[in-house]
Design a protein around this ligand. Structure first.
Ligand SMILES: Nc1nc2c(ncn2[C@@H]2O[C@H](COP(=O)(O)OP(=O)(O)OP(=O)(O)O)[C@@H](O)[C@H]2O)c(=O)[nH]1
Ligand SMILES: [Mg+2]
Length: 220
């Protein structure tokens, strides 16, 4: 009983801050997406493979969330895009207050897009609104096509599904058709993209989606 009350309190506080953060982004016309997945699906790899090209015409800032280390921030920094690392020190998700505090590291007046890479975890991040405009869930083909049904909250709250590591598909029993069916049973209109960060297949479609999302966020 006490646990339930405490969790509700934390979530309510988070929702209040998330609303403030969303307002900050909305008034400035900044597009924001929150990338979620289990550890190692390729969130950082997808950013590494596309930020260089995207940042030619979009001004981007990246917020990296990890329990520990600056590894992902170092990888993103090599693309030349401004990045801020948050270490949660044990927590399995980012919270809205962490995002609010991180914003002082960016020049928001000249930023078109903030990308948040959440802590690798298919459960906890689903419950924490970060004030993002949209949520992008990655699944790699080595994880199994049943994952949407086993971790429904993450897929139910996401708007885009990126199926990554498509180059490894021949070596697995993963069914692309089945993962889409499972995801759509939870979120009927989820937008699906297929990528391989190693071969580059599908990265053009991902970048088109990002550009479209940024231009839509400006006009809202
Ligand atoms: N074969 C293959 N490997 C990939 C692909 N994308 C990422 N990887 C590899 O998968 C591993 C994990 O990738 P990351 O980008 O670190 O994954 P992540 O989701 O950011 O992981 P966390 O931040 O720890 O949650 C790395 O060794 C990548 O090189 C892909 O499309 N194909
Ligand atoms: Mg990462």
């Amino acid at each position: 009983m006490t646990n339930i009350k405490l969790e509700q309190k934390v979530l309510t506080r988070n929702d209040i801050v998330a609303k403030e953060v969303r307002e900050i982004f909305k008034t400035r016309g900044i597009a924001v997406f929150n990338m979620v997945s289990s550890p190692g699906s390729g969130k950082t790899a997808l950013l590494e493979a596309t930020l260089g090209e995207l940042s030619r015409d979009i001004s981007i800032g990246v917020i990296e969330g990890d329990v520990q280390t600056r590894y992902d921030a170092e990888r993103i920094a090599r693309t030349g895009v401004p990045v801020h690392q948050i270490n949660t020190g044990g927590a399995c998700h980012l919270e809205a207050l962490m995002i609010k505090d991180a914003l002082e590291n960016f020049d928001l007046d000249s930023t078109d897009l903030i990308v948040i890479e959440n802590v690798g975890n298919l459960v906890c991040p689903s419950a924490f609104d970060l004030g993002e405009g949209t949520r992008v869930v990655l699944i790699s083909v080595t994880e199994g096509d049943d994952k949407p049904l086993k971790y429904p909250a993450m897929f139910h709250t996401s708007d885009v599904l990126v199926i990554n590591k498509m180059d490894l598909l021949p070596y697995t029993d993963f069914s692309v058709e089945q993962v889409i069916k499972n995801s759509r049973s939870l979120k009927p209109d989820i937008h699906v993209l297929k990528t391989s960060c190693t071969t580059g297949d599908g990265l053009g479609g991902w970048m088109d989606w990002v550009r479209d999302f940024v231009s839509k966020s400006k006009t809202v």
